[in-house]
Design a protein around this ligand. Structure first.
Ligand code: JB2
Length: 210
């Protein structure tokens, strides 16, 4: 069967993605993982490592999802999968409430209980994790990750590959730079530059990312 989705990565994120895809009516065909030991993840066979992708494409598989939590690695693997001719599908849990005016890129994960409001944009390969909230007019860069129960007020901008930990929040209109990390529960009340780690309430910069 060549209609199912191929998944890159067979860890914890893949489990949530597989169940979201299935809940949305998709079939998940196979996993490739850096550890190619034959096994199954939620009943989906691990059939090899990334070298198996070209074969899968040759067999006619075209839909792929990159289920890797690491933002930079997910972005790289998504680029390589596209170069092999795969289409990046999104995994959107049917319990998510997404505004008809929101725009989602390709390869996006939108987990159970998420809300995405009017005129927000979600970049390719972003993760909007379980129960996260994206209010109106937000702009989220490619391969960023909102952790479970993170919440953005209206008009927030999130740079590429930025990560907000579980329960982190941002007040209206702030900008969080690319590759910046907000620790769990942190509250962002002013703009933050690229590539810093900020924690606390209000979130303060603790250092640069290496
Ligand atoms: O280059 C790779 C590669 N590097 C690591 N290619 C492929 N195909 N697979 C790769 N992996 C595999 O990703 C590892 O061998 C491992 O099986 C999987 C990562 O699993 P792990 O459970 O460590 O992380 P995750 O990315 O699935 O989940 C993280 O991010 C989620 C968003 C965790 O932090 C989760 O708790 C979080 N919810």
């Amino acid at each position: 069967m060549t209609t199912g989705v191929v998944i890159i990565g067979g860890g914890g994120h893949a489990k949530v993605v597989i169940e979201s895809l299935r809940a949305g009516g998709e079939t998940v065909a196979a996993i490739v993982d850096a550890d190619p030991t034959p096994r199954a993840v939620l009943g989906v066979p691990v059939i090899g490592d990334d070298l198996a992708l070209a074969d899968l494409r040759g067999q006619g598989f075209s839909k792929l999802f990159v289920a890797i939590g690491d933002n930079r690695l997910r972005e790289k693997l998504g680029r390589e999968a596209r170069e092999l001719g795969f289409t990046l599908v999104s995994a959107i849990h049917p319990s998510a409430v997404i505004s008809p005016t929101a725009r989602l890129g390709e390869g996006v994960a939108v987990m159970a209980g998420v809300a995405i409001n009017a005129d927000s944009r979600i970049g390719d390969l972003a993760i909007i994790n379980t129960g996260a909230i994206v209010d109106h007019d937000c702009d989220l860069g490619a391969a960023c990750h909102l952790g479970p129960a993170a919440a953005l007020a209206g008009g927030v901008t999130i740079g590429e590959r930025a990560f907000l930990g579980v329960g982190a929040r941002a007040i209206p209109g702030v900008t969080i730079g690319a590759d910046t990390v907000i620790g769990a529960g942190g509250v962002v009340v002013r703009d933050l530059p690229e590539s810093v780690v900020a924690v606390g309430v209000p979130a303060r910069i603790k250092g640069e990312r290496s």
